[in-house]
Design a protein around this ligand. Structure first.
Ligand code: ADP
Length: 880
C-alpha cells in the first residue's frame, strides 16, 4: 500500500484515534495482525514490532490462569460472524487478560470489542477492524457493586435473622402511628400476640395496654428529636392471656432512619425483667424488713476482728454506747461499768471456747448515767479452728431491767401489803399468798399454803358461795367483790373480809390461767365503825340530853335538822319540824316576826338572837331565844346555819320580877322624893330670904341632887312602862324649832362651861308627844354635856331631810368606839371604860329615847369616833 495524501490522512487518523484498533487479515484461524494504532499499543502494553505480522492469538494467547472466559473461542466466533455476515460484531464485556511485559504473568482485563469487517471491492471481507475498548475499570466497578450489593443483601438478611432470633424483643415502628414494620418472636411472645396479629398495624391499637402508660409519648420524643431513650425496670401493665399483669421491662428506643438519614420511625428493643425486678423488690423488701426488724428491736450490730481488734459497728450500736460516730474498739470496752468489766471479760473468754457470747452489763455514759445492755454474739473460726471474728448484737435493756426492778418493787409491795393477796390456780390450789395473808389466816409456812385446801379457809356457808357464785362470776365477768367470812386456821376465829377477786388471763392466748384475790380484814374497820357509831350515839345522847334545842338549816333557811330536845318540848316527830314545820309550834303572835327574820336572805353572818314563844306539849308557853352560826363549804359558799335555841322562860320571869320590882320601887320612891323636893325648895327659899346664903347654897346643891334622883326615878318608871308596853303618849301638833329653842335655852342655864351653838333650818310641824320628844332632846343634850368634859362647844342643828325633820347634837367629847355604837340604845347598856365612874348614869336614857322616837314613827342614830366626839341624831315625820 502506497501512501497517498488521502491514504496518509486516513493512516494518520487511524494511528491517532483514541480508540485502540487492530487490522487483522481474515486468514482464519491465524488472523494475522496487519496494522495497529497507537491507542491499541497503549492499551495492550505492546510494541508495533511485537504485533504486526503475527497471529493475533499468538500475540495474545489465553491466560492459562483464566479457565472460565473462553475468550479465544468467543473472539474466533465473533471474527467468523463478522466475516460471515459482513456486519460488525460486538463482543461485550468479556475477559481477555493481557500479558505483563517482561513477565509470565497476565493482567486481568475486560473488553468490549467491535469486530468490523472491511469489505473488498468484490464484497468479500478483506480485513477485520478489531477495535477493543478497555472496560476493565467499569467491569471491576460493576463487579464490586455486585459484590457489595450481595454483601448488603447478606447483611440485611443476617440482620433480619438476627433481629428475628435475638433473645430480646425487637420491633421497628414506622411513622407517627407506629406501624409495626418488623417484630421478632420474643417480643410477640412478650405481648402475647402472633406476628400476624401485630405486623403492619399501629402497635398501640394492637396491644392491650391497660392505660396510657407514657410509652407513646416517649416514642414521639425519640421519633421527633432523634435522641435515643432507655428505660430500666419500667412497669407496664398489659393484658396477657386474658389476665391483667404488671411486668417490668428494660427498653431502648432508637430513631429509625431511611437511606437519606430521615427519621421514619423508631426501633425498640425490649427485655422483660419482671423476675429480676420482682426478685430485687423482694430482696429489697426482705432487706428492709431485716433492717426494720433490727432497728425496731433497737439492736446494735458489731463485727470485730479478733486478730486486729478492728471493729465495724452499726450506728445503733454506737448510739447505745452513747457515741455519735464509730470509735476504736477499746473505747467501747472502756464504756462498760468498772464493776461489770469482769462479767464482760469472762463472757468473752467463754465465747472463744464455746463459740457463743452472752452477757448483761452496765454502761457508764458520758453524762454518768447508767444503761443496761445485753450482748449476744457468735465467734467465727478459720480453717485452723482459730477464733478470728466475733459478730453480735447489743440491745439496751435498761427498761427491761427497770421493769424487773419495778416487778421486784411490786413484789415487795405485795409482800408488805397489809391486805391479803393471793393467786389461786384453776385447780383451786393457792399458788401464792403474801405474808399479810399468811398471817391473817394463820399459815405457818409456804408449803402449808400450797397444801391447805381452800375449803378450810372459809366459813362452810361461804365456801359454798365461793364455788357457786364467786368463782363462776369471776370466770364469766372477770371480777367479783363482796364481803366474805374467812376462818383463821389456828384459832378457828371466823371473821369478815372484803374480798376482791379478779380473773388473770394469759396475756398471749387470752385464756384464764388463775384467779387473784385481795382481801381486807374488816375487823379493824368494823371496830372503827363501832367506835364511830358509839361516839355518834354519845353525841346524839348529848344533843338529846342538852337543855338546848339544836338546829340546822340549809342556805334557804329551811330546817334540815332539829334535835331531840326540841321534839321533846313540842312532843313532835322529827319530820314534822323539817323545812318550815317547826314554825307551827311558835306562839301565834310571834310567828310572823320569826318568819320575817328567817326569810330575809341569809347573809352568812351571825344569826342574832331572836326571842319568841313556843307552846310546849303541855300547852305551857315558853320563851326561847335562837341564835345561829353561818356554815360555809370548801369553796366558801354559804350552806346554812347551825344554831341553838335556849329556853329563857326563867330569865324572862326573873326579868319580869325585876321590872316589877323596879316599877314598884320607883313608884314608891316617886311620892316621897316629890315631897322632899317640895320641902327642899321651900327651905332654900326661906334661907335665901333669911340671908343665910351659905346654907341656901347647900340647899341648892341638895335640890340638884334631888332633881337627879327624880330624873332617875322617872327613867326607871319609863322603862317599867316600856317593858310593860304601857308608856303613854299624848300626841299633838307642834312647831318643832321653837320647842327645841326653848329647851336649849333652859339647858344652857344648867352649864357654865359649855356653849350650846344653835343652827336652825326650816323644819315645820310634827305630830307627836311634845313632852316625850322634849325628853329625847334633853337626854341627847345632857349626854353631850356629860360626855364632853374637856370641850366647850356643842352644836345643835335642825333641818329637813325629805319628809322628815332631823335634829342632831354634836359634841367633841370622848366619843364611842365603833363596835359599841350599836349597843348604846339598849337597856342598861353603858360603854365600859376607865372613865365609866366619872360619868354617872344607869344606861337608860338612850334606850328610852329610842323607844319614844320609834313609837313616834321616827328613828335615832349615832355617828361617833372615839376620842373625837359624837353626833346623836333623830328624825320624825313632818306633818304636811
Ligand atoms: P347614861 O345614863 O349612862 O348616860 P344613856 O342611855 O344616856 O345612859 O347612854 C348610854 C351610854 O351611852 C352611856 O353610858 C355612855 O357610855 C354612852 N353615851 C351616851 N351619849 C354619849 C355621848 N354624847 N358621848 C359619849 N358617850 C355617850
Amino acid at each position: 500500500m502506497h501512501p497517498t495524501s488521502t491514504v496518509l490522512k486516513y493512516f494518520s487518523i487511524f494511528q491517532h484515534v483514541p480508540t485502540p484498533c487492530l487490522i487483522l487479515g481474515t486468514d482464519a484461524p491465524v488472523y494475522t495482525i496487519l496494522d495497529v494504532n497507537e491507542a491499541y499499543l497503549r492499551a495492550t502494553n505492546s510494541t508495533r514490532e511485537s504485533l504486526v505480522g503475527n497471529s493475533v492469538f499468538a500475540v495474545f494467547p489465553a491466560n492459562p490462569g483464566d479457565q472460565v472466559s473462553r475468550n479465544i473461542e468467543l473472539t474466533v466466533e465473533s471474527f467468523e460472524q463478522a466475516i460471515r455476515t459482513g456486519k460488525p460484531h460486538v463482543m461485550s464485556n468479556y475477559r481477555y487478560d493481557i500479558p505483563v511485559p517482561g513477565t509470565n504473568g497476565f493482567e486481568e482485563r475486560y473488553w468490549t470489542t467491535t469486530n468490523t469487517p472491511i469489505c473488498n471491492e468484490d464484497g468479500t471481507t478483506g480485513y477485520l477492524l478489531h477495535s477493543p475498548s478497555d472496560v476493565t475499570q467499569l467491569n471491576l466497578m460493576a463487579q464490586r457493586e455486585k459484590i457489595s450489593q450481595s454483601i448488603i443483601q447478606r447483611h440485611q438478611d443476617q440482620l433480619v435473622q438476627t433481629l428475628m432470633q435475638a433473645p430480646v424483643g425487637i420491633v421497628i415502628l414506622e411513622g407517627p402511628d407506629y406501624i409495626v414494620e418488623l417484630i421478632n418472636p420474643p417480643l410477640c411472645k412478650l405481648y402475647d400476640k402472633t406476628v400476624d396479629e401485630i405486623l403492619g398495624k399501629p402497635i398501640f391499637s394492637v396491644l392491650d395496654l391497660t392505660a396510657d402508660q407514657g410509652f407513646q409519648a416517649l416514642l414521639d420524643r425519640v421519633r421527633i428529636t432523634g435522641e435515643p431513650y432507655r428505660g430500666y425496670g419500667a412497669p407496664a401493665t398489659l393484658v396477657r392471656g386474658g389476665i391483667v399483669e404488671t411486668i417490668y421491662i428494660n427498653f431502648s428506643y432508637e430513631a429509625y432512619r431511611d437511606r437519606e438519614g430521615e427519621i421514619t420511625g423508631v426501633i425498640a428493643v425490649v427485655t422483660e425483667v419482671t423476675d429480676l425486678i420482682e426478685a430485687k423488690i423482694k430482696s429489697e423488701i426482705a432487706e428492709e424488713r431485716a433492717r426494720l426488724a433490727i432497728s425496731a428491736a433497737g439492736l446494735g450490730i458489731f463485727d470485730v476482728s479478733l486478730d486486729t481488734g478492728f471493729l465495724v459497728s452499726s450506728p445503733q450500736f454506737d448510739k447505745i454506747f452513747g457515741f455519735d460516730k464509730p470509735r476504736p474498739y477499746i473505747e467501747y470496752v472502756k464504756a462498760i461499768h468498772p464493776d461489770d468489766l469482769s462479767i464482760r471479760n469472762e463472757a468473752h473468754r467463754l465465747a472463744i471456747v464455746n463459740g457463743l457470747l452472752f452477757y448483761e452489763a452496765r454502761l457508764v455514759l458520758k453524762d454518768n448515767s447508767l444503761r443496761w445492755i445485753r450482748v449476744e454474739g457468735k465467734v467465727l473460726y478459720n480453717d485452723e479452728q482459730k477464733a478470728v471474728r466475733l459478730l453480735g448484737t447489743v440491745i439496751d435493756i435498761t427498761k427491761d431491767r427497770k421493769a424487773v426492778e419495778d416487778q421486784r418493787k411490786l413484789i415487795t409491795l405485795v409482800d408488805n401489803s397489809v391486805d391479803l393477796m393471793s393467786i389461786l390456780d384453776l385447780n383451786g390450789v393457792n399458788i401464792y399468798l403474801n405474808e399479810a395473808g399468811r398471817n391473817m389466816l394463820g399459815f405457818q409456812s409456804e408449803e402449808d399454803v400450797h397444801r391447805t385446801p381452800i375449803s378450810s379457809l372459809h366459813a362452810p356457808d361461804d365456801f359454798e358461795r365461793v364455788s357457786t357464785v364467786v368463782l363462776p362470776t369471776v370466770m364469766d365477768q372477770g371480777r367479783w367483790s363482796g364481803i366474805m367470812m374467812v376462818r383463821h386456821l389456828v384459832t378457828g376465829e371466823i371473821f369478815p373480809v372484803m374480798n376482791n377477786c379478779i380473773r388473770i388471763d394469759d396475756p398471749v392466748s387470752g385464756l384464764p390461767i388463775a384467779v387473784g384475790a385481795v382481801m381486807r380484814d374488816l375487823r379493824p374497820e368494823l371496830a372503827a365503825k363501832k367506835a364511830l357509831a358509839d361516839s355518834e350515839q354519845l353525841l346524839r345522847n348529848i344533843t338529846t340530853a342538852a337543855p338546848t334545842a339544836l338546829w340546822m338549816t340549809n342556805e334557804k333557811m329551811s330546817m334540815t335538822y332539829i334535835n331531840q330536845t326540841w321534839m321533846k318540848w313540842t312532843n313532835s316527830a322529827y319530820e314534822q319540824n323539817l323545812g318550815g314545820g317547826w314554825l307551827h309550834f311558835l306562839h301565834v303572835d310571834d310567828r310572823q316576826r320569826v318568819i320575817e327574820k328567817f326569810s330575809t336572805t341569809p347573809t352568812g353572818s351571825d344569826f342574832y338572837d331572836i326571842e319568841f314563844r313556843i307552846i310546849h306539849a303541855d300547852g305551857e308557853v315558853h320563851w326561847c331565844t335562837a341564835s345561829g352560826q353561818p356554815q360555809f363549804d370548801t369553796n366558801g359558799a354559804f350552806i346554812g346555819y347551825i344554831g341553838a335555841c335556849v329556853d329563857i322562860t326563867e330569865q324572862k320571869s326573873l326579868q319580869q320580877q325585876k321590872d316589877d320590882f323596879i316599877g314598884i320601887a320607883s313608884h314608891e320612891l316617886k311620892t316621897p322624893v316629890t315631897s322632899i323636893k317640895g320641902y327642899a325648895q321651900l327651905l332654900e327659899q326661906l334661907l335665901v330670904d333669911k340671908g343665910d346664903l351659905k346654907e341656901a347654897g347647900m340647899m341648892q346643891r341638895m335640890n340638884k341632887q334631888i332633881d337627879r334622883l327624880t330624873n332617875l326615878i322617872g327613867d326607871l318608871l319609863d322603862v317599867t312602862k316600856i317593858n310593860a308596853g304601857k308608856l303613854q303618849f299624848n300626841e299633838s301638833v307642834f312647831d318643832f324649832n321653837p320647842m327645841v329653842r326653848e329647851l336649849v335655852e333652859e339647858l344652857q342655864r344648867t352649864t357654865l362651861k359649855h356653849l350650846l351653838v344653835e343652827i336652825y333650818e326650816e323644819t315645820g310641824y310634827v305630830y307627836a308627844d311634845k313632852e316625850r320628844i322634849g325628853q329625847v332632846i334633853t337626854n341627847l343634850i345632857s349626854n353631850a354635856i356629860k360626855y364632853s368634859p374637856g370641850s366647850e362647844k356643842i352644836i345643835i342643828r335642825t333641818y329637813q331631810d325629805g319628809v322628815n325633820v332631823v335634829m342632831s347634837v354634836q359634841d367633841f367629847g370622848i366619843g364611842i368606839a365603833r363596835d359599841k355604837q350599836a349597843h348604846v340604845f339598849e337597856q342598861f347598856y353603858r360603854v365600859s371604860g376607865n372613865m365609866q365612874h366619872s360619868f354617872p348614869g344607869l344606861g337608860l336614857g338612850l334606850y328610852i329615847s329610842s323607844e319614844i322616837v320609834q313609837r313616834e314613827m321616827g328613828s335615832i342614830w349615832v355617828k361617833s369616833e372615839e376620842g373625837k366626839g359624837s353626833t346623836f341624831s333623830f328624825q320624825l315625820p313632818i306633818l304636811d
